[in-house]
Design a protein around this ligand. Structure first.
Ligand code: PLP
Length: 366
């Protein structure tokens, strides 16, 4: 099938760009001597996870049990849930996965350690447990120092749990636009992680893994020499938000290719300077700003449920690309929640569709 025959709205992967991104991050991790464990919350697809693993990743990160289930049932053998899992139903499901895969999970609370140990012993499995440290993101995680030591001791003492190290991810630093400020945030995060690692070591507890980093910051984690594992996810697709980060030279971040698009049709031209497309709030995520068109002078400025409003200026007003019925590609503002809105990826190379991959872990289920 030709790409132009694909009906819209559709979630597209440009396979050449995607493969280039997978290979590039694998090579960067390899060169740095760090383990790569890409975050699957970006794509929610075991097909993609297995390609990342074939390129050198040790496994994947997941943000919730539902994603881990999608990964393990799709053939992934090593998953780390980079989150706290609370509640007997979710814990039971998590332990079920440990019967066929290596499973890791994070904690930031002693009662959760006890609940994990109980669930592991009920299921007759053992799991890796990392203490999540708040290294500056202000989300989950305990403060550095003594609170981590207490939790690590509880994990070491618990049957069925293996203390595997520290989860030290600084989420909000990913989107600090200026290079120097982003670097300073990660340097501070790495300092917290290393002092905590040293404290644990002084008390005879070894930190096998210090895991963290995203697409906006992984270079700084590599530089720090503290982290041992990279969790970047968005690099595989990229989005308009990450393209607004700045490099050291002040240029926009262009380290990875744009591989993800939402394909749309011009469904109305209500005025010479406006084109309406068939993708709005139900096909694109807007939490990190508007999607982008590939044309100078064509700006997606607003959405309702099933409509996107594109304002045209200059040459774009009379461009054939915006005639009624034309199809065009939009760069999503934020890749992860955009992917979550779709049932499948339509994967193309050049102008031809090569594969359709389900977004297996999509939906709100935790
Ligand atoms: C815990 C954790 N690790 C890694 C990532 C991957 O970050 P990115 O998709 O920005 O590369 C995320 C993204 O939110 C995350 O929450």
């Amino acid at each position: 099938m030709q790409l132009t025959e694909v009906d819209t709205p559709a979630l597209l992967i440009d396979l050449d760009a995607f493969e280039c991104n997978v290979a590039k991050m694998a090579a960067l991790a390899d060169k740095s001597g760090m383990r790569l464990r890409p975050h699957s919350k970006t794509h929610k697809s075991p097909v993609i996870a297995l390609k990342q693993i074939a390129a050198g990743a040790v496994g994947v990160c997941c943000q919730k049990v539902a994603e881990a289930e999608a990964m393990v049932s799709g053939g992934v053998k090593d998953v780390l849930v980079t989150n706290e899992i609370v509640g007997t139903g979710k814990l039971r499901r998590l332990m079920e996965l440990a019967k066929t895969a290596r499973v890791g999970v994070c904690v930031d609370n002693a009662s959760n350690v006890a609940a994990l140990a109980q669930a592991a012993s009920d299921a007759g499995v053992s799991v890796d447990v990392l203490v999540e440290v708040d290294v500056g993101g202000g989300r989950c995680g305990v403060q550095t120092g003594e609170p981590v030591l207490e939790l690590a001791r509880a994990i070491v003492a618990a049957p069925g749990l293996r203390f595997a190290g520290l989860h030290a991810y600084h989420g909000s630093a990913q989107h600090i636009r200026r290079f120097g400020e982003r670097g300073a945030a990660i340097a501070a995060a790495a300092a917290k992680a290393s002092s905590t690692r040293d404290l644990l070591q002084q008390h005879g507890i070894a930190c096998e893994s210090i895991t963290g980093a995203g697409t906006g910051s992984f270079g700084f984690e590599i530089e720090s020499g503290v982290h041992t594992e990279l969790q970047a996810g968005s690099y595989v697709f990229m989005d308009a938000d990450y393209r607004r980060n700045l490099n050291a030279d002040g240029e926009f971040f262009n380290g990875f290719e744009q591989a993800l698009y939402v394909y749309v049709t011009v469904m109305s031209r209500p005025a010479p300077d406006r084109a309406i497309v068939d993708a709005g709030l139900k096909a694109l995520a807007f939490d990190s700003g508007m999607p982008q068109t590939l044309f100078a002078g064509a700006s997606y400025v607003g959405a309702s449920d099933e409509h996107g409003n594109i304002v045209l200026e200059g040459d774009a007003v009379n461009a054939p690309a915006f005639e009624l019925g034309q199809k065009l590609k939009l760069i999503p503002g934020h890749c992860d929640p955009t992917v979550n809105l779709h049932n499948w990826f339509v994967c193309y190379r050049g102008g031809r569709v090569e594969a359709v991959w389900p977004v297996a872990g999509r939906g709100p289920g935790f």
